[in-house]
Design a protein around this ligand. Sequence first.
Ligand code: BG6
Length: 490
Amino acid sequence: MAKLIPVDCFDLVIFGGTGDLAMRKLLPALYHREGDGQITGDSRIIAASRGQLERDAYLDRVRVALEKNLASGEFEEAQWETFAARIHYVQADASAHDEWQALVDLLAGHEDRIRVAYLATAPSLFGAFASGLRHNGLITKQSRIVLEKPLGRDHDSASEINNVIGSCFPENQIYRIDHYLGKETVQNLLALRFGNSLFEPLWRRGAIDHVQITVAEHLGVGGRVEFYDRIGTLRDMVQNHMLQLLCLVAMEAPSSLHHDAVRDEKMKVLRALKTIGADEVRSNTVRAQYTSGAIDGETVPGYIDELGGAESSTETFVALKVEIENWRWSGVPFYLRSGKRLPAKHSEIVVQFQEVPHSIFPEQEYNVRANQLTIRLQPDEGVKLSVMAKEPGPGGFDLRPVSLDLSFEETFGIRYPDAYERLLMEVLRGNPALFMRRDEVEAAWRWIDDIVAGWESTRQKVETYVSGSWGPSASSLLLDRDGRTWQPEG
Ligand code: BG6
């Protein structure tokens, strides 16, 4: 287990403190860090929300949320006592800046310590909260503001939010979260690529045939249907998580892990993405919506049923063929796919190497398969390299693919920390490397906006797929046309 370095005393204000993100992710993450002794002194967690609530009533809610969201056996009475003592609750409405007195009083006299404002709220309120902090004189040299995604719904709205936040906080105090960057396996991608000399000579056109990135979820949109209907999978998953994964696979080696070194390299990839505009959307993109079906033997409703029968062309599945216009990747397609209500929660990156140029196993001609490197993000995080091996036995020369399979959990034998545990500690330490810089977010939006405009101008059809399948047949066709197949097949 990596050494745990305690963080200096802090005040962490969570706006949206009664919300789903706070209860499901942030507070359990902080509870774990408390358990590992990383939270020191009289650091405080201050939940802020619109409603009037007594501290004890808020603590009751937090306790229930922890009992529900921690793994069995992780909730411990003694640890809860210490953790609960850090938690405060204040009322703070985004539209009533003059009524933040309770927060002002609580923070008074603690100007020297690290002060984090975590906006776990709708992005439409980001500007109002940032201005509220400024209006009440709560921004200090040690302040950091954390913004949850989605940051806007297109380039212009993101840029507007960035302008307001930027008028209150300098860029180095702004932390834009993409929680995929906090996932252990995503960081392991950096370790794999830049901590081993093995892959680098092969990490390019000439050796790699193509790359696939799949982020599949078995859950549907559930209670978020109204929000989701305004967003769709392209904006919800591709603009951020999937493009970040693509950048980490495709970027050049940064000169160090310094935040700007890493982010500069990611930016170069975003700039090199080939535009998918009106002329290309039909051939390079698939959008689709789930209908009712069955997952794990359970019948689930379709998207339109969840919307109450309203008409909608919002996609819950998207597949894309992406090209990167630079020397390393020219001619190597990156296929991305993400969807809800697919057969399983399953996210992985598959790097498919080229076939051997000439097979010396003539009778095995069709069995010599190209090597694949699979980086499993979830579940069962790990790395698998498939290689051809000879089947044991005295007769013939039968080959079959075998896997060098590394499961991180088995190898390291520890609980895998949630992405938010890592990200919260990085904010407190003042290290923005795992967060998105303004130019990255805006460049990603520009590229996404072209696809959305292409869909609109060509009225591209929204396909359907049965819940529990791997998406519409158009998604398989996207690869079929190039003589390739999705892994897992779909
Ligand atoms: C969020 C999306 O950013 O990521 C959700 O808004 C999605 O729609 C979630 O379900 C997936 O995250 P994870 O960590 O469960 O893969």
